[in-house]
Design a protein around this ligand. Sequence first.
Ligand SMILES: [Zn+2]
Ligand SMILES: [Zn+2]
Length: 363
Amino acid sequence: MGIRKRARALVLTILSLTRNPNTTQLESCMNCMDPCLKVFEKLILVIGPVCVLLVMLGVSFVVYTMYCYIVPILQKRHPIIFFSEVLYGHWLLVNVVFHYYKGVMTKPGSPLPAQRIDESLLEDGWSICKKCDQPRPARAHHCRLCGVCVLKMDHHCPWLNNCVGHYNHRHFMLFIIYIWQAVLFVMCTSGNYALSVMVGSRSLAHWLLSETPFRFILALFATNPELHTRTIGEVTMVMLLFFICFGVWIGLTILGGWHLYLISNAETSIEWNDNRIMSMEFSRRGKVFVNPYNYGLKNNWKLFLGLVHNRNIFRHVLLPSGHPPAGSGSNWKLGYLVKAPEPVQPRQGYQTTTDNNGKVFPV
Ligand SMILES: [Zn+2]
Ligand SMILES: [Zn+2]
């Protein structure tokens, strides 16, 4: 093809995308971005294993630095405080490792072939996937990276190198919650050391001890980093630890806060966007859109954490637990699992009354 023909084809392509009366501007933009998205998706597939390796190296670095440099400083604290810190730190570490492992290794779940194919499937929210050409239940979406439909798909996570869906969503969220706490714990325990290096010879804890009314409480926690000799290697490692944790903690706060909001409203990341569009469409028609999977804050969390069938927070959330989520991921009418059944109204004819002569007859 000559250069002139190529140029004409390019102009026609641009015009068909921008002046086509059958497509909206948003669709045109999405079409233009499609090649970029494909390159981005390929990149995520390639960097997925690298991200998993980075997480493992990051956690190993934090654990190593804590044991080598921070624990010896913490040992100088009150024995009860030191013991509590060691217990809390190890509880967080066990949960972080467990939920990360389960998040990476657990398949999010794909739709099973429909038992029946008729109109009742549409009533249950089923649809046909354009890519797989197969029926899929409500809340399932096609992941272009994995090449399959995923039950209750939230997003494809490069840090897990896995899709986040029905069967591993809980592990993903608990991993974020536990690692957020762990990073905060590391910052608090190494903060005094890092600040004393930055501020100078006088540590923050010392200033607080001598200047504020909290000195009696802080006396339990305070350590004086000046009491032991610092080496260049130690200072470098602790400062690196503190600043890496600070950056990661900011990112985790934003990511975790967003997912806490979504789960509280029984929405996935994909549904959040769809529901906003539906809300606008409903309000344009003078109606109010109601998310059919929202059973209220408490019930949404009970269903999300799988706290049904007599499971409890202590055993199934605070301790590592690999229990399956509530429901099969194909049927989302789960209200019966968390809400008490409606009281049965007495049927008319079963209630009786007595007249003045003692004769009994139904009301
Ligand atoms: Zn599909
Ligand atoms: Zn995926």
